[in-house]
Design a protein around this ligand. Structure first.
Ligand SMILES: Cc1ncc(COP(=O)(O)O)c(C=O)c1O
Length: 384
């Protein structure tokens, strides 16, 4: 028996995100022979300017210094990109830890966290740690998110402390901006909940063609918190840097809790350099869009259902019962792993719902890997 809180002791390992299910890549270092389509990384990698800036920093400045001076510098560059003021930016270690800080600052026992479900789990896990209850608005069977904000409004109670909406959703759908605004309007009434919009995938594939941020509404709604990351569109998942955009009051509260030395120098340098090369990332987005269209077309041709996506990944549904292993034969997912093609097996992820039965999530990668996936899948499907 340890001395941990009961909530920690009782939590399943996967509850804290320590085990990531259905993703072979979590066990392996990247390998050029493998198509790593299962962790929603940006497979195209960061801009060459990022690599050069990191190298120059290490050579010219060095990593032996505490780096508090870089914090404001980086917030300024992010503010410029996000078209907000520097005082409205809180920089943190990835958006995962940004969400942890939000939970630490706001959640108390008895509060309610009102959220789409299933969703990205970090804020949910931490709400349990702080004794708050999770109130769920379940995703629709077709993963369309148009009506979810209205359902959120219906579930606001006097205990609602935070409303959490991921946009684009964890299933790749877009939440209409007007519907988010309806939630923000409703949140101006008691109990005046905070509205956290997780825009982790905002600047991925379809930006600027269709994704719409709500960061511009900051002046109007001081209870709005937008979280973003450099892990996805900017291909810096290993550097661990993300940020929140919110009122000055809120960013100050976050900074009271978070160490001014909390983010690594290399992460600041990488993030600032990435924002300095919009042309490179625009090119990546175009490739992702084109490869996504190719994959969708080929999968549909093979009779696999494909769901609309506003991000660098999409959901696909196989015919019943062929995805997973059974006593008599290996399923499609295991066979693809054996071929070095890793896609996320969503069917094993949500034990409390069968929403994702027979489903996978595929991150869009380089064209030759996409072609290899289609080629291998076509051969594998002949056995079923
Ligand atoms: C919706 C969402 N939010 C936040 C994150 C966290 O990203 P990071 O901590 O790498 O910034 C992820 C990562 O998968 C995500 O899917």
């Amino acid at each position: 028996m340890g001395k941990e809180k009961a909530v920690v002791e009782k939590a399943a390992m996967s509850d804290g995100g320590h085990i990531i299910t259905g993703a072979q890549s979590i066990f392996e270092a990247p390998d050029p022979e493998k198509a790593r389509f299962d962790l929603n990384e940006n497979i195209f990698g960061p801009s060459p300017k990022v690599k050069a800036a990191i190298k120059n920093f290490v050579d010219d400045v060095g990593v032996q210094w505490y780096n508090a001076w870089m914090r404001k510098q980086c917030a300024e560059v992010i503010a410029d990109y996000a078209e907000v003021k520097t005082k409205n930016v809180f920089v943190c270690n990835g958006s995962a830890e940004t969400l942890v800080v939000i939970a630490e600052v706001f959640l108390e026992p008895g509060d309610e966290l009102l959220t789409f479900y299933p969703t990205y789990r970090v804020l949910l896990n931490y709400s349990k740690i702080y004794g708050s209850n999770i109130v769920k608005v379940h995703h629709e069977k077709d993963f369309n998110a148009d009506n979810l904000p209205r359902k959120i409004i219906d579930k606001i109670s006097l205990k609602t402390k935070i409303i959490y909406m991921v946009n684009p959703t964890s299933f790749g759908a877009r939440v209409p901006r007007d519907e988010i605004i309806a939630v923000l309007e409703k949140s101006q009434e008691p109990p005046n909940p905070l509205v956290v919009v997780d825009e982790a995938y905002y600047d991925c594939a379809t930006y600027p063609f269709s994704n719409k941020t709500v960061a511009d509404l900051l002046e109007k709604y001081d209870n709005l918190i937008v979280t973003r990351t450099f892990s996805k569109s900017f291909a810096l998942a290993g550097l661990r840097i993300g940020y929140a955009i919110s009122s000055r009051h809120n960013t100050e509260s976050f900074n009271k809790l978070f160490s001014p030395l909390g983010v690594s120098s290399i992460a600041y340098v990488g993030a600032m350099a990435a924002l300095g090369d919009p042309g490179y990332y625009e090119e990546v987005r175009r490739k992702v869009e084109s490869n996504k269209a190719y994959l969708a077309e080929e999968l549909v041709r093979m009779g696999i259902e494909v769901f609309p996506s506003y991000t660098n990944f999409f959901l696909a549904k196989f015919s019943e019962g062929i995805l997973n292993d059974n006593d008599n034969r290996k399923g499609v997912w295991t066979r693809l792993v054996k071929e070095g093609i890793y896609i996320r097996n969503k069917s094993v992820m949500y034990s409390d719902s069968n929403l994702c039965q027979d489903m996978v999530r595929i991150t869009v990668g380089e064209r030759d890997d996409c072609e290899r996936l289609i080629d291998k899948l076509e051969k594998i499907l002949k056995d079923f």
